[in-house]
Design a protein around this ligand. Structure first.
Ligand code: SF4
Length: 554
């Protein structure tokens, strides 16, 4: 397939600007193949925002194709939504003859910027590769970034970076120096160079018009899909959940000003609609939205919903999905144990799960995938037995419905109350236990790779020293063994893998992202940690005596 046939297949749903003669040449890249990148709503929308500005001449770059690449870009940006894509970022930089470390770039190189969920959660492992990191929602951040760059376009690289560092939400890693307690010890603090803000605050968009596709194409991984963002964040605040904690507060798209006009626009060019968001069915007007989609004009529309909260699965929802070509839903239950669900603040009773399964079947769905986790802090072997028992009960409750349990390992994420916990080394054994128990009873069990969870944790809790490790590892392959090999080579220069992955971190200890402010303060996260530990047999951080102050705030 040629690049021209790929781009010719695009239905562009905005009017790109004709660039001014002195427009800033910019490359906006997605560090994966075109089919993956163009399926990212975030990438699509930021590309459209940039391409609608006359003061920019925007080219696109993917790992397999490029479109209108300028010869000498001044800015090059990456939208990063998957941790392991860092390998492709480094490869694309090399391919464009740009040094991979920001400290080796000169005035002749473009400024490399990045944004997206991975970098907003914890940019530190990637800090050496980026000149600029944009933290948070792009709606206001992108315009302030480009406007500020225009003001300092002719200044020296350092002056440009210092000016950009003054913009709320713009993080310039090279202007913040981490200090460690010792070379192989935890971080002590981060020193900002003089004149830059000590804390960079993640930006939050407060409007009620949320994102919608700016391009529809048959070449996307989700062929010809038109995506609309129904909600941003999730009000449930399960204690491990990055999708909720990092993007708070919960915001909903206006039905009249955002969703309906966007859907009308999209369904002019395609018959496939995707409703996106961390908790789509919690939109207060969700019933109305279903009624709108159920009108006869949209009978042929194929509908997908990204996330369905278990206790919102009713017959009407199941029926709407079936009538619009979807036969299956996924619900996240996390555990079959009520106690574990209390630990994580999942406000869900076993009866709710059973009702959802029965409703799914009654509404005509043919399969339900449940999503669980092993190794949740406070989980015991009895809790896994409870998960196995629940699955068997569900099988009985809705005979004929195909049930699958997908299961991952708990991974601690920055800016969540569970950021201090390490991974439970028993998790791998627990996944195997569930596998044996469920498969022998005819339940489809699909564990996610435990090793992949270890790598994810390394990146999600990593500090800046992990950058050199990532550089080494990309030449060894992406297996856990490759990471272990790189740790061996760098012994003495950074803490061991166990420190990042398995160790519970003291709540008194500085965190690699303490200088980057998320939606909630550390003291609030500690309170939420405390509320989780109340349900644990053996709390790891908090004293269980109720009249004592449970957790110390750092
Ligand atoms: S319900 Fe789902 S999206 Fe919402 S906080 Fe819990 S895990 Fe996250």
């Amino acid at each position: 397939m040629t690049a021209s046939s790929i781009f010719a297949a695009e239905h562009i749903l905005f009017d790109p600007a004709v660039p001014d003669s002195d427009a800033v040449p910019l490359v906006f890249a997605f560090p994966n193949e075109y089919s993956v990148g163009i399926t990212s709503l975030g990438y699509q929308v930021i590309w459209a925002m940039l391409a609608q500005r006359q003061d920019l001449a925007v080219g696109r770059l993917f790992t397999d194709v490029a479109d209108h690449l300028p010869a000498q870009p001044e800015l090059m940006g990456f939208s990063v939504s998957w941790e392991l894509d860092y390998i492709n970022i480094l490869n694309l930089l090399e391919q464009q003859q740009i040094p991979i470390r920001s400290c080796d770039r000169t005035q002749d190189h473009p400024l490399i910027f990045g944004g997206g969920p991975v970098l907003t959660a914890n940019p530190e492992p990637f800090a050496d590769f980026f000149d600029i990191v944009l933290l948070g929602d792009g709606e206001d951040l992108i315009p302030s970034f480009i406007d500020t760059y225009q003001l300092v376009r002719t200044a020296s690289r350092l002056e440009q970076l210092k000016a950009l560092a003054q913009v709320p939400g713009i993080y310039i890693p090279s202007l913040y120096q981490p200090v460690y307690t010792e070379p192989t010890g935890p971080i002590s603090h981060v020193e900002p160079v003089s004149g830059v803000p000590a804390i960079v605050k993640k930006q939050t968009y407060r409007g009620n018009v949320l994102l919608a596709s700016t391009v529809v194409t048959e070449k996307a991984a989700w062929e010809n899909i038109f995506m609309v963002e129904v909600v941003r964040s999730c009000p449930e605040m399960c204690r491990f959940c990055l999708a909720s904690y990092l993007t708070l507060p919960f915001r909903t798209a206006s039905l009249d000003d955002s969703l309906v006009p966007a859907i009308e626009r999209g369904l002019n060019v395609t018959q496939r609609l995707g409703l996106l968001g961390a908790s789509v069915t919690q939109h207060p007007g969700f019933e109305e939205l279903l009624d709108y989609i159920n009108q006869p004009t949209y009978d042929d529309v194929r509908l997908s919903i990204a996330s369905v909260r278990t206790n919102t699965v009713n017959e009407k929802l199941a029926n709407t999905l079936v009538n619009h070509g979807t036969k299956s839903i996924t619900i996240a239950v996390e555990s079959g144990s009520e106690r574990v669900r209390e630990i994580i603040n999942k406000k869900l009773a076993t009866a709710d799960i059973e009702r959802a399964i029965v409703n799914a079947k009654a509404g005509g769905l043919s399969s339900v995938k449940l999503y669980g986790m092993a190794g949740i802090p406070g989980e015991t072997e009895a809790d896994l037995e409870a998960t196995a028992t629940m699955m068997l009960e569900l099988k009985k409750a809705a005979k004929g419905l195909r049930l699958t349990l997908g299961c991952s390992t708990f991974v601690p994420k920055a800016h969540t109350p569970f950021q201090w916990y390490g991974v439970n080394p028993q998790a791998e054994k627990r996944l195997k236990f569930l596998q044996k128990k469920l498969r022998s009873q005819g339940i489809d069990f699909r564990p996610e790779s435990y090793n992949w969870s270890v790598i994810q944790t390394l990146i999600s809790r990593g500090d800046r020293r992990i950058g050199q490790l990532l550089e080494l590892t990309r030449h060894y392959g992406d297996s856990l063994g490759s990471y272990r090999r790189a740790f061996k080579e760098l012994k003495g220069q950074l803490p061991p893998l166990e420190f990042y992955v398995y160790t519970d971190w003291s709540t008194e200890q500085a965190l690699p992202w303490d200088h980057l402010e998320g939606p909630l303060s550390k003291s609030t996260l500690l309170k939420h940690l405390e509320s989780a530990e109340v349900h644990m047999d053996e709390p790891r951080f908090c004293n269980s005596t109720p009249d004592l102050k449970l957790c110390s705030s750092a």
